[in-house]
Design a protein around this ligand. Structure first.
Ligand code: BES
Ligand code: ZN
Length: 865
């Protein structure tokens, strides 16, 4: 018997769509649309009603016809809460193929989901006042195709879509496939644009964009023409995306061993866009910062972002679009794979970017979320749409991609690719489950994949591997237990199958070993006495390592001989152990002294991140001393790099300079660096190129941190008149980086007063909540304006993104208030999101209470001022 709880969110499978013919006519002045669809459906058992999805639609007419036979008229009733339409008919519909015809109307909403409107301003040729323009776009994932047309809005109901858009003659219309006909409609100023039928695919991948758009000249990749679309006047910012897009398309055809499953590929920059980008087959949509960039003026981080997103979405054309998860519990199959492939492609495109090494920062973020009691398995039960949206998190993307990388390295890249090819070709145009992937990888590699992988995918959390040397000195003892920030005394022991890579120094040489640690403890026999040992060498494993004191001491002494990724894991795991209360804070702070000479950007990201964490838990009177500690640790590296790069200096080093300068001037509050940064910033306004492009975003952040009223006014103006999406973004977030209460309250207002796009407002609010200077006011503001924020922010994701900021409200009083607020209002954020935010906050408060006194003495002894 079907469980009622699940049934409330899953459609019956008695009626299945095969092909939709959809005609939509958007009205960009009234913000409405009219639609008509004719769906060829297979009825599998006799029914008197058809249930499908619909939301914020009105259905005006319902007909159904069997073959060429009689047409029956039906009635539609909408259940708004269930987002469903129930179509009832006067007679029983017998099994067979029927044609269902519906007429409906809907709204072009402003919540950036479903069929929605986006606005932008243009200055007419020859000057004059800016005009506001409207375009219409779609965002259907996860469950919002139902807002544009009635449909079976679940990923497993794959069908063919044939779309016609009726639009004003002067506008462009783009959808998933090429245009097959374009006809003026007599007596109107409109045209009917008809697109080719799509491949068999899920509803969430359908897309339409209508507006006054411009495109680049198509470039061909094999048979596929590729173009980039923007609002008028921005195609000059498309070159960089075009390069990575054409590269990735060719790269993936090669890797997957299957041709691109479409006839054309358009990439469209939409001025209002809730996510970063969306993999609609053949019509990928992006927020502007993720597609358009002036490569000569952008920082490395900004360019990497564009390359990542473009490669990621193109990877989905196969993983997600051609082969799709059967239900949202398996969304990791889409997102983890696209993230993994994104790294592969970007790494192949720009080896100097060392994308897999930088990926360690993402892996670390996933390890930190997955160390909570309230974590979840990568594959996790989903019922309501809200829970589907909450699945798009670090566990799906970053943990998912990490465990795939771990598996790839364990199986060998070639065998792994073989399994992936098998999986794609076996399930193309259809849906698949995780077990199907295991099956294909198993067939290609002859390895017991489920045994190794199930613990990583179907269980939350991960192990910590403890390493020590036994009495014989020739045995390395490895043991595993779950890593958690807050211990739960009663939890039963858990085991994972851990691919462990070892590098061990024994007298006279280095021994390299790989093994699968599946027991609670194992002993590795070595040919001689152990001098030092590195566990998780190369950093592919999704686990932490804890060394016995003597091993840690020896490894620290060898720091300069370790690869950057191994230094990264050493300090990252040490910091996690400190937050978890396993390592004394004093030891961690002493360890950071050893990293003064560090040259790797990722390693510095961990160090700076830990200082930022301390800054959020430290009482205000102690802040000046923490600033001194930050200067003490960072100054040598800042001095070594200076403010301007060597002529031949690589991009990573330039970005490292920017990160360090930013941190020493903000977290370290260094007045001399601030003065220098201000000077260089001014210089770069007068002469573009005076500062290295990677450094400029940092300079802007510093000027905000050290600035006041005049700088604020200037930055607001520069935000309004920015020439590139990146420039706009730098100035926008800088508005949250000031320190004066009165200007910060102006930034808070901007999250709801219409000055900032709703696509950005949740992120701006989040950064105010995490600023130690703004957080109390921000929290008060959020509480006072909750209903407004809920109404205005992008549906589903907006509030969730903003609320991530509550993890930084790290005082016992604020924590109590936060808990009270969410509990008394019965707020949920989908899935386990709220529980996770609250636990992260609690971890920080527990840390503050536990380490506060140590931190105070430590700083007082060393930093007297
Ligand atoms: N499929 C997602 C977009 C999405 C996310 C739709 C959440 C609905 C809900 C897309 O492929 C994606 O993952 N976009 C990322 C960027 C990517 C490079 C990680 C995003 O939007 O942040
Ligand atoms: Zn994705």
């Amino acid at each position: 018997m079907a469980r009622p709880a699940a049934d409330a969110f899953r459609l019956p499978k008695t009626v299945v769509p095969d092909r939709y013919e959809i005609r939509l006519e958007p009205d960009l002045e009234r913000f409405t649309f009219a639609g008509e669809e004719s769906v060829s459906v297979t009825i599998r058992e006799p029914v008197t009603e058809i249930v499908l999805n619909g939301a914020e639609l009105e259905i005006h007419q319902v007909f159904i016809q069997y073959g060429q036979g009689v047409t029956l008229k039906g009635e539609a009733t909408l259940d708004a809460a269930a987002e469903r339409a129930r179509l009832t008919f006067p007679e029983t519909l017998t099994p067979g193929v029927w044609r269902l015809t519906l007429q409906f109307t809907g709204i072009l909403n402003d919540r950036l989901h479903g069929f929605y409107r986006s606005t932008y301003k243009t200055v007419p040729d020859g000057g004059g006042d800016a005009q506001e323009k409207v375009l219409a776009a779609t965002q259907f994932e996860a469950t919002d195709a139902r807002r544009a047309f009635p449909c079976w809005d679940e990923p497993a109901f794959k069908a063919v879509f044939q779309v016609t858009l009726v639009v004003p003659e002067r506008l462009q219309a783009v959808s998933n496939t090429p245009i097959v006909s374009e006809r003026a409609i007599a007596g109107t100023s409109r045209k009917a644009v008809t697109f080719a039928a799509t491949i068999k695919m899920s509803t969430y991948l359908v897309a339409f964009v209508v507006g006054e758009l411009e495109a680049t000249e198509p470039v061909r990749v094999g048979k596929t023409p590729l173009r980039i679309w923007t609002v008028p006047g921005k195609t000059h910012l498309a070159r960089f995306a075009e390069e990575i897009a054409t590269f990735s398309l060719a790269f993936f055809e090669q890797y997957y061993g299957l041709p691109y499953p479409g006839e054309k590929l358009d990439l469209l920059a939409i001025p209002d866009f809730a996510a970063g980008a969306m993999e609609n087959l053949g019509a990928i949509t992006f927020r502007e910062t993720a597609l358009l960039v002036d490569a000569g003026a952008a920082s490395h981080a900004e360019l990497e972002r564009v390359a990542d997103v473009v490669a990621h979405e193109i990877a989905h054309m196969w993983f997600g679009d051609l082969v799709t998860m059967a239900w949202w519990n398996g969304i990791w199959l889409n997102e983890a794979f696209a993230t993994f492939m994104e790294m592969l492609a970007v790494d192949a495109w720009k080896p100097a970017w060392e994308r897999w090494v930088t990926f360690a920062v993402s892996r670390a973020a996933a390890l930190s979320l997955d160390g909570l009691q309230s974590t979840r398995p990568i594959e996790f039960e989903v019922q309501a749409p809200k829970d589907a949206d909450a699945m798009f998190d670090l566990l799906t993307y970053e943990k998912g991609a990490s465990v795939l990388r771990m598996l790839e390295q364990y199986l060998g890249p070639e065998s792994f690719r073989e399994g992936v090819r098998r999986y794609l070709s076996e399930h193309q145009y259809a849906n698949a489950e995780t077990t199907d992937l295991w099956q294909a990888l198993g067939a290609a590699t002859k390895k017991p994949i489920p045994q190794i992988m199930d613990g990583w995918i179907f269980r939350g959390g991960y192990p910590m591997v403890t390493a020590s040397v036994d009495e014989s000195r020739r045995g390395l003892v490895l043991s595993q237990s779950r890593f958690v920030y807050l211990a739960d005394g009663g939890a039963p022991p858990e085991l994972w199958q851990i691919p462990v890579a070892l590098r061990v120094g024994v007298r006279g040489g280095v021994v390299i070993r790989s093994l699968l640690l599946s027991e609670a403890e194992a002993r590795v026999e070595l040919p001689g006495p152990v001098e030092w040992a590195l566990v998780n060498a190369g950093g592919y494993g999704f686990y932490r390592v804890r060394y016995a004191a003597d091993l840690l001491r020896k490894l620290t002494r060898r720091l300069p001989h370790l690869a950057p990724i191994d230094r990264f894991n050493l300090i990252n795991d040490a910091w996690a152990a400190t937050v978890a209360g396993l390592t004394p804070l004093r030891d961690y702070l002493d360890l950071t002294v050893q990293f003064r000479g560090e040259t790797d950007r990722n390693v510095w990201t961990v160090l700076i991140g830990s200082f930022a964490y301390l800054n959020r838990v430290i009482p205000a009177p102690l802040r000046a001393k923490l600033e001194a500690l930050v200067r003490d640790r960072l100054a040598p590296a800042v001095e070594r790099l200076g403010f301007s790069p060597e002529p031949e200096e690589g991009e990573l080093s330039r970005q490292l300079r920017a990160d360090l300068v930013r941190a020493i001037a903000t977290l370290g509050n260094d007045p001399e660096i601030q003065a220098e940064a201000r000077k260089l910033y001014k210089g770069s306004l007068e002469e573009a190129g005076a500062a290295d492009p990677s450094l400029l975003p940092a300079l802007i952040a510093i000027v905000a941190h050290a600035g006041g009223d005049p700088e604020y006014a200037e930055f607001v103006e520069r935000f309004r008149t920015a020439r590139t999406p990146q420039e706009e973004q730098r100035y926008l977030y800088a508005l949250a980086g000031f320190r004066q209460t009165d200007v910060l309250s102006r930034t808070l207002e901007k999250t709801i007063n219409g000055e900032v796009r709703t696509q950005d407002a949740p992120f701006l609010a989040r950064s105010l909540l995490t600023s130690v200077y703004a957080r109390e006011a921000a929290w008060t503001f959020v509480k006072a304006n909750w209903e407004t924020l809920e109404r205005q922010f992008p549906a589903k994701s907006g509030i969730r993104r903003m609320c991530e900021g509550i993890t930084a409200l790290a005082t016992p009083e604020l924590e109590a208030d936060v808990r009270e607020f969410f509990a008394s209002r019965n707020i949920t954020l989908g899935g386990k999101t709220l529980e996770q935010y609250l636990e992260q906050l609690h971890v920080a408060v527990v840390f503050r209470e536990r380490e506060g006194p140590t931190l105070e003495t430590y700083l007082a002894r060393r930093f007297l001022r």
